[in-house]
Design a protein around this ligand. Structure first.
Ligand SMILES: [Zn+2]
Length: 116
Protein backbone atom coordinates (compact mmCIF):
# COMPACT_ATOMS: atom_id res chain seq x y z
CA UNK A 1 0.00 0.00 0.00
CA UNK A 2 1.30 3.38 -1.16
CA UNK A 3 0.09 5.13 2.01
CA UNK A 4 2.26 2.98 4.29
CA UNK A 5 5.47 4.23 2.69
CA UNK A 6 4.21 7.80 2.93
CA UNK A 7 3.39 7.30 6.61
CA UNK A 8 6.87 5.82 7.19
CA UNK A 9 8.43 8.85 5.51
CA UNK A 10 6.34 11.11 7.72
CA UNK A 11 7.50 9.30 10.82
CA UNK A 12 11.15 9.90 9.85
CA UNK A 13 10.48 13.55 9.16
CA UNK A 14 8.55 14.02 12.42
CA UNK A 15 11.22 12.26 14.45
CA UNK A 16 13.81 14.60 12.96
CA UNK A 17 11.69 17.69 13.74
CA UNK A 18 11.09 16.51 17.31
CA UNK A 19 14.82 15.90 17.90
CA UNK A 20 15.77 19.25 16.43
CA UNK A 21 13.43 20.97 18.84
CA UNK A 22 14.27 18.78 21.83
CA UNK A 23 10.61 17.87 22.06
CA UNK A 24 9.28 15.18 24.36
CA UNK A 25 6.50 14.33 22.00
CA UNK A 26 4.59 15.31 18.94
CA UNK A 27 0.99 16.21 19.73
CA UNK A 28 -0.51 17.29 16.44
CA UNK A 29 0.37 16.99 12.78
CA UNK A 30 -1.40 18.99 10.12
CA UNK A 31 -1.09 17.70 6.61
CA UNK A 32 -1.97 19.21 3.30
CA UNK A 33 -3.02 16.56 0.82
CA UNK A 34 -4.11 17.43 -2.69
CA UNK A 35 -6.94 15.52 -4.33
CA UNK A 36 -4.63 14.72 -7.23
CA UNK A 37 -1.79 13.44 -5.03
CA UNK A 38 -3.17 9.91 -5.30
CA UNK A 39 -3.20 9.52 -1.52
CA UNK A 40 -6.24 8.00 0.15
CA UNK A 41 -6.45 10.08 3.32
CA UNK A 42 -8.27 7.41 5.36
CA UNK A 43 -5.59 4.85 4.48
CA UNK A 44 -2.86 7.30 5.38
CA UNK A 45 -4.45 7.96 8.78
CA UNK A 46 -4.87 4.25 9.36
CA UNK A 47 -1.24 3.52 8.41
CA UNK A 48 0.08 6.33 10.57
CA UNK A 49 -1.98 5.26 13.60
CA UNK A 50 -0.55 1.75 13.30
CA UNK A 51 3.07 2.84 12.83
CA UNK A 52 3.05 5.46 15.60
CA UNK A 53 2.54 2.73 18.22
CA UNK A 54 6.20 1.79 17.78
CA UNK A 55 7.41 5.36 18.26
CA UNK A 56 7.06 6.75 21.80
CA UNK A 57 7.57 10.28 20.46
CA UNK A 58 4.52 9.98 18.26
CA UNK A 59 2.30 7.87 20.46
CA UNK A 60 -0.16 10.64 21.30
CA UNK A 61 0.15 12.46 18.00
CA UNK A 62 -3.06 13.29 16.27
CA UNK A 63 -3.24 13.73 12.56
CA UNK A 64 -5.37 16.37 10.85
CA UNK A 65 -5.68 16.28 7.10
CA UNK A 66 -6.54 19.30 5.07
CA UNK A 67 -7.69 18.13 1.66
CA UNK A 68 -6.77 20.57 -1.06
CA UNK A 69 -9.20 20.78 -3.98
CA UNK A 70 -8.06 20.14 -7.51
CA UNK A 71 -7.98 23.39 -9.46
CA UNK A 72 -7.00 23.85 -13.09
CA UNK A 73 -6.24 27.06 -14.92
CA UNK A 74 -6.90 27.39 -18.62
CA UNK A 75 -4.02 28.83 -20.63
CA UNK A 76 -6.38 29.96 -23.39
CA UNK A 77 -8.98 31.99 -21.51
CA UNK A 78 -7.46 32.26 -18.00
CA UNK A 79 -10.46 30.59 -16.44
CA UNK A 80 -9.75 28.67 -13.19
CA UNK A 81 -12.06 25.91 -12.17
CA UNK A 82 -12.37 23.23 -9.52
CA UNK A 83 -13.07 19.65 -10.53
CA UNK A 84 -12.83 16.08 -9.30
CA UNK A 85 -11.56 14.89 -12.66
CA UNK A 86 -7.85 14.06 -12.34
CA UNK A 87 -7.48 13.21 -16.04
CA UNK A 88 -7.23 16.71 -17.47
CA UNK A 89 -10.81 17.60 -18.32
CA UNK A 90 -11.54 20.35 -20.86
CA UNK A 91 -11.83 23.94 -19.66
CA UNK A 92 -15.26 24.58 -18.19
CA UNK A 93 -15.56 27.79 -20.22
CA UNK A 94 -13.89 27.36 -23.62
CA UNK A 95 -13.33 23.56 -23.66
CA UNK A 96 -9.63 23.89 -24.37
CA UNK A 97 -7.30 21.16 -23.10
CA UNK A 98 -4.45 23.61 -22.67
CA UNK A 99 -4.58 23.55 -18.88
CA UNK A 100 -2.26 23.65 -15.94
CA UNK A 101 -2.76 22.39 -12.42
CA UNK A 102 -2.90 25.22 -9.87
CA UNK A 103 -3.49 23.13 -6.78
CA UNK A 104 -4.33 19.58 -5.84
CA UNK A 105 -0.89 17.93 -5.99
CA UNK A 106 0.14 18.83 -2.44
CA UNK A 107 1.64 16.24 -0.16
CA UNK A 108 3.09 18.34 2.64
CA UNK A 109 3.39 18.53 6.37
CA UNK A 110 1.80 21.92 7.00
CA UNK A 111 2.32 22.26 10.71
CA UNK A 112 3.57 20.21 13.66
CA UNK A 113 2.79 20.86 17.31
CA UNK A 114 5.31 19.64 19.86
CA UNK A 115 5.44 19.25 23.59
CA UNK A 116 8.82 20.35 24.82
ZN1 LIG B 1 -10.61 28.13 -21.22
Amino acid sequence: MHEVSIALGMVDELTRIAHENNAKKVTLIKLKIGKMSGIVTDSLKFAFDAIKLEHPLLLSAEILINEVPLIYKCNECNNSFETDDIYFPPCSKCESYNLEVISGQEQDIENVELEV
